[in-house]
Design a binder for this molecule. Structure first.
Ligand code: ZN
Length: 257
């Protein structure tokens, strides 16, 4: 059978209107990330549903022969209204969505990505405007492990020296790389010509925070980060690792700066 209707439950991550007035939406569900066409101008009633960040049950008409999918129906399950009244909440959602799209849902972990981003959207309203970026950083940090890209936070990946050992800190993350180095191994890389300005500092406060924000709620993680004296280093480290995972800069992260 070349054509059929399919049903999915998930979240609209992105919408783009074409010059002709049609819309292409990106939809995350546990089956995958779907790219769907939505025909018709502004009067199409589906348009108000097919908008980022709405959780919905959808119907898709798939023409397998032409490898083409059309959104034919959508029922709203949940909207996240705080996003529309808060710039920083919207930016946090946009950065999380961009990361999910760019990494193909953490390398194919569609169900997990859907669950994580839905949880983030549900928690954002309870998070202070100023702290919303921290919730988003916690999301990015937690999203590295399923991709196998979370660095070892207990020991230097080069020499194995534990970060609790004297003289191991401050360590460094080399921008663009994925492992944490102890003070001596980082110094060795610097002498070999790696620019010191592209080395991100890792102290005990950074490691403590990175450990704490694994597997706690996003609001707890945001509180934990906002109270940490090494906040700027934590942000820089997560940003560098997230952009490595996404294989390039994340536009929505840039808007925070
Ligand atoms: Zn080392």
């Amino acid at each position: 059978m070349a054509e059929r209707n399919e049903r999915y439950r998930g979240l609209f991550l992105h919408a783009k209107d074409t010059a002709r007035g049609d819309r292409i939406v990106t939809f995350l569900c546990k089956e995958g990330i779907l790219s769907l066409f939505l025909f018709g101008g502004p009067k199409s009633s589906l348009r108000s549903v097919a908008t980022p960040y709405i959780l919905a049950d959808i119907e898709v008409y798939r023409d397998r022969r032409n490898d083409f999918s059309k959104l034919t129906g959508a029922t709203i399950l949940e909207t996240f209204d705080s996003l529309h009244t808060s710039f920083s909440h919207m930016q946090a959602a946009a950065a999380a969505a961009e990361f999910v799209i760019r990494t193909s849902a953490f390398g194919g972990e569609y169900g997990l990505a859907l669950q994580m981003i839905t949880t983030l959207l549900r928690e954002l309203p309870s998070i202070e405007e100023d702290s919303a970026p921290y919730a988003m950083y916690a999301f990015l940090w937690n999203a590295l492990a399923p991709q196998g890209l979370a660095p070892d936070i207990s020991a230097c990946e080069h020499c194995g020296k534990r970060f609790t050992e004297e003289g191991s800190l401050p360590g460094r993350l080399l921008a663009g790389e994925r492992s944490f180095l102890c003070a001596r191994c980082a110094e060795e890389r610097r002498r070999q010509g790696f620019p010191a300005s592209a080395m991100l500092l890792i102290d005990a406060m950074v490691l403590q925070c990175l450990r704490e924000i694994l597997d706690v709620s996003y609001s707890q993680a945001a509180r934990c980060m906002s109270a940490n004296p090494s906040l700027l280093h934590i942000e820089a480290i997560i940003e560098s690792l997230a952009e490595s995972a996404a294989e390039g800069p994340l536009q929505s992260l840039r808007l925070f700066h």
